[in-house]
Design a binder for this molecule. Structure first.
Ligand SMILES: Cc1cc2nc3c(=O)[nH]c(=O)nc-3n(C[C@H](O)[C@H](O)[C@H](O)COP(=O)(O)O)c2cc1C
Length: 195
């Protein structure tokens, strides 16, 4: 497995995080997951609205199988070996002091929270993998979401396994991916000719 290499010297934790599908199928301490979610709690958000909520199942919870069934079958297949499954939902109408009002950035804010969870997990030697391959309709009912709450994504957490349970085509994809060059995504000024 190759190591990720950045062009500039970023924190090693940034490069350590990648989305495996090979988890070890074991339980993890509840406290460890809570520590990761605590990191998400400290994410920045517009007006400090903190529009995110994490709805989670540990693999020994009674609702683990129910939660897992909300993933599309492809995702459920490999995610079933993770230790925790978390749905990230955001409040589209947070109340930041003047009553509930539409938020421009609830998804952006919740994405920031997920990123901090993933960062903390990587720091602690855990792997995470986000998913939007979900049965959104059924999840919305089963998770008890009100119409103003948006299901953003789910992610799993666990320890790296050997992937023995994965089909060959997925085992072959157990490699950290690369990225677009920095010059393509960071422009000093506006787009030169429109998009
Ligand atoms: C919002 C989001 C949704 C994703 N959905 C899925 C998914 O449904 N199934 C899957 O196998 N991977 C999914 N991924 C993982 C991405 O494919 C992966 O993050 C991307 O290829 C970059 O690789 P890396 O995370 O290993 O750096 C998702 C990632 C994000 C952030």
């Amino acid at each position: 497995m190759h190591q990720r290499r950045s062009d500039l010297p970023v924190s090693p934790t940034v490069l350590k995080r990648w989305s495996t599908r090979a988890f070890d199928g074991r339980e993890m301490p509840h406290e460890d997951l809570l520590t990761m979610l605590e990191a998400g709690r400290w994410a920045p958000s517009a007006f400090n609205a903190q529009p995110w909520t994490f709805l989670y199942a540990m693999r020994d919870d009674d609702h683990w199988a129910d939660f897992l069934s909300l993933l599309i079958p492809f995702n459920a297949m490999w995610a079933s070996t993770a230790s925790a499954l978390v749905f990230v939902v955001s409040d589209t109408m947070p109340d930041v002091g003047k009553g509930p009002a539409p938020s421009h950035s609830h998804s952006f804010d919740s994405g920031a929270a997920w990123a901090m969870v993933a960062w903390q997990a990587a720091e602690m030697g855990y792997m995470t993998h986000a998913m939007t391959g979900l049965d959104f309709e059924r999840a919305s009912v089963q998770l008890g979401l009100s119409p103003t709450v948006r299901l953003e994504a789910a992610f799993v957490v666990g320890r790296q396994g050997d992937g023995a349970q994965l089909p060959d085509y997925l085992l072959a994809r157990e490699e950290p991916s690369d990225r677009k060059p920095l010059v393509e995504i960071a422009l000093r000024g506006p787009f030169p000719n429109g998009i």
